[in-house]
Structures are given as C-alpha cells and as structure tokens.
Design a protein around this ligand. Structure first.
Ligand code: SF4
Length: 405
C-alpha cells in the first residue's frame, strides 16, 4: 500500500502540481515514477546473519564476469568491499558502458545513477539497483511535470528561446531527456564550468543576455556561475516550482542570467559557514575543502572546493602531518581518514549524517540481489523508456563532446 502526501496542500494558490511525496511502507509497493520506491520480494538476509560476507563472496564468485559491481564513493564500507570499481556517478556509468561483456550491472548507488547506466549500456545489459528505496532527495526536487510547467512560464515571459537548460547529473532520466529535447547538456560537479560556458555560448556568450535554466541543484549552479564565470549573485535567481511564476516577477526573470531551480542536496546543504569558523578555531593550520553542492557562503569560506574525485586527489597529494576538514558525505570522509593515517582528517560538521538514501544499499540487499541473479531472477531492474533514453543520451553525448571532457 502506498500512502501519498501531496505537498500541494501547502500551496494555497494551487498553481502547480508538485511531485507527490510517496511514503512507502517498507517492503510494500513501489513508485517508479519518482526517485523513491521500496520493494524487496523474497528473503532479505538479516544484517546480523554471520554468514553474510561468505554468502556475498560465494554469490559474487558464481556470477563471475557476467556481473560488474559499481560502488559510489558515498556507499558503506561493507558494500564498497564488493565493488569492482568505485567512483562518482558519471565515472561509474562510463565504467559500466566499458564492460559490454557484463550481462548484469549491479549499481551500488542511487536511482538516477542506475538510470544513467541503463542509458549508456547496451540493450543486452541489465542494470540492477539492490534497493529501490535508494533515491536522491535532490533529484526528487525536480519532477518532470514541474520542469515542463516552468518552461511554459519562460515561454509566456518570452525568454525560452534565449534560455538553455543544463541539468546536473543528479537528476532523473526524464529531466535529462527534457534537457536533450531543448538543446541543453548534462554536467557533473567536475565539468560544471565548461558546461555552463558552452551553454551560454549557445545564447550569445557569457557576457551577452542569454540565460541558463540550471537543474536541480541551486548551489552548484550559483557557485559555478559566480566563482567560475564571474557573474554576480544578483544575476542568479531561484525558481521555486511551488510558487506562481516560480516566485519571480516577469522582470526578474528577464533580467536574470542564471535561473536556478530550487533544489539542493540534503547532506551538503547542511554544512554552514559557522562550521568553517569553528573548525578553524579548533584546528590550527587546517585546510577546509568542500563540495560545490554546499551553500555559497560555505564554499566562499572554504580554502578549496571540488568534486569528490578532486577531494580524493587533494588528500592523496597532501603533505604528511597536514590537517584537513572536509565537507562532503561522511562515508567517503571516514574512508579517506582511514586511508591517510599520516594526515589529520576532520569532518566539517560532526552533526551531519550519512546520505540516508545512499545508505539504503547495504550488504543484505546486495547479497539478495546477487543471489537472485545466481538463481536466474533479475530483481530491481532499472529501465528507462526508449524516448527518454534517446533524449537523455543526446544531452549526455553533448556533455561528452564538451572541450576537455
Ligand atoms: S549525497 Fe545528496 S546529491 Fe548525493 S545522493 Fe545523497 S541526497 Fe543525492
């Protein structure tokens, strides 16, 4: 049974049809139209099963080269131990595409990542997400119906022709497809600057009057536009899909260069500038390094900002004895601290939790998914419909064609 709580109740204007927030009872039903869903038919091993690791090893060995296990940097150690490769979302999708011999791609990440893997792999490869509840709150903040309504607003205001959509990798296949249909591109946290420069070139250049509709992470969009492209904060506006006209006047939309979707990461969005002040006071000579999904004031207070791959490389190259405070997902920071015992690695805010949806993928779900495959049952397969897959691929290919990618 699925209980749906519509956020429209909180919107007295009734202007838009926001995505329902499905509250799914564990193990009962799923909603593939959103990033969320829970289904685990059959026997899920108990986390306390003392044979769990042996079962995982046996199932992995039985699958051999027919399976390829991808582990996102934010996954738990117990899952990472079984990953054939680790990386960020885009690296993992490319790794999957580079393994045509693998019949099954076990994606230990979240739903939008598994969708991208399905889009980039061949039809004979099947992508499995061990727990369908592993969604992404940021991706959920931009539903395709909302984005289409927003585009209609831009058309009504007369600025759609001068606007290019750019979506962060952390978005559903439907949003990537929307971007492809409207001549835009996908970006990652590593290539957001290049992607934005390209997008502005399509509508008259960074110094012109054209606009970018940036989905769904307002912070990555703002940080890149202001810190990399030299725009002012005033040139960035936030489009709130729950408000008429996005909560903006026609003139504000016409004057804006960056129209930022009102979305954010529920993990990175929790770090504050006060955290940076506090850690500097507590740890002498600390270098503060954060992810660009953090809020603007956090990024501007930090010493270094970059993607997960960038953060890993900086730590690898750091001097022994140096002190670091890192603002990104806790599983990754804990692993980095363990991998660098000769450096002092601190978490930027000890009250910020793991990414709860990433953590849905645990060893019991991975064992269940692998044992099911060994028995010939493909569970939790992620399939993107042909039309969305085509247009999302157009947007992804556009990203791959960007200079320096
Ligand atoms: S860390 Fe943030 S952006 Fe990444 S999957 Fe979790 S909620 Fe989504």
């Amino acid at each position: 049974m699925m209980v749906v709580v519509s956020t429209l109740l909180a919107d007295p204007t009734g202007f838009s049809e926001p995505a329902p927030s499905p509250l799914l009872l564990l193990g009962q039903g799923r909603d593939l139209a959103s990033e969320r869903g829970v289904e685990c038919p059959g026997d899920l091993p108990a986390p306390s099963d003392p044979d769990l690791v042996d079962r995982a090893r046996a199932a992995r060995a039985a699958l051999g080269e027919r399976a390829f296990v991808l582990g996102h940097h934010y996954q738990r150690d117990e899952v990472i131990d079984f990953a054939d490769v680790t990386g960020d979302s885009f690296k993992l999708a490319r790794e999957a595409a580079a393994r045509p011999e693998a019949e099954y791609i076990l994606f230990c990440g979240v739903h939008f990542m598994a969708e991208s893997a399905d889009i980039l792999t061949s039809d004979r490869q099947q992508v499995v997400l061990p727990d369908l509840a592993a969604g992404c709150s940021m991706a959920d903040m931009a539903a395709i119906g909302q984005v289409e309504e927003a585009w209609a607003v831009l058309q009504d205001v007369g600025i759609a022709d001068a606007t290019i959509p750019v979506t962060y990798m952390n978005s559903s296949a439907a949003i990537k497809a929307f971007t492809g249909r409207h001549g835009g591109t996908v970006c990652t946290s590593s290539n957001a600057e290049v992607a934005l420069r390209w997008a502005f070139e399509q509508v008259g250049g960074v110094d012109g009057t054209g606009k970018v509709l940036f989905l769904p992470d307002q912070h990555l969009g703002r940080n890149t536009a202001v810190l990399e492209l030299g725009m002012s904060l005033d040139e960035c506006v936030v489009f709130d899909p729950r408000k008429p006209n996005g909560g903006l006047t026609d003139q504000e939309l016409r004057d804006a260069r960056m129209i930022l979707w009102r979305g954010h990461c529920s993990v990175h969005g929790r770090f504050s500038a006060q955290n940076v002040t506090d850690i500097r006071a507590a740890v002498p000579d600390v270098t503060v390094m954060v992810h660009p999904e953090c809020r603007h004031e956090v990024v501007t207070s930090a010493d270094l900002v970059g993607s997960t791959e960038y953060i890993i490389k900086q730590l690898d190259a750091a001097e022994p004895g140096s002190s670091w405070a890192i603002g990104t997902e806790l599983n990754l920071v804990r692993r980095l601290a363990k991998a660098h015992p000769d450096k002092h690695v601190h978490y930027l805010d000890s009250t910020v939790c793991f990414c709860s949806t990433m953590n849905r993928i645990d060893l019991p779900h991975l064992v269940w998914a692998m044992e099911s495959l060994v028995e010939g049952r493909v569970v939790n397969r992620i399939v993107v419909d042909d039309d969305d897959a085509h247009w999302a691929r157009v947007a992804l290919d556009q990203m791959l064609a960007l200079p320096g990618i």
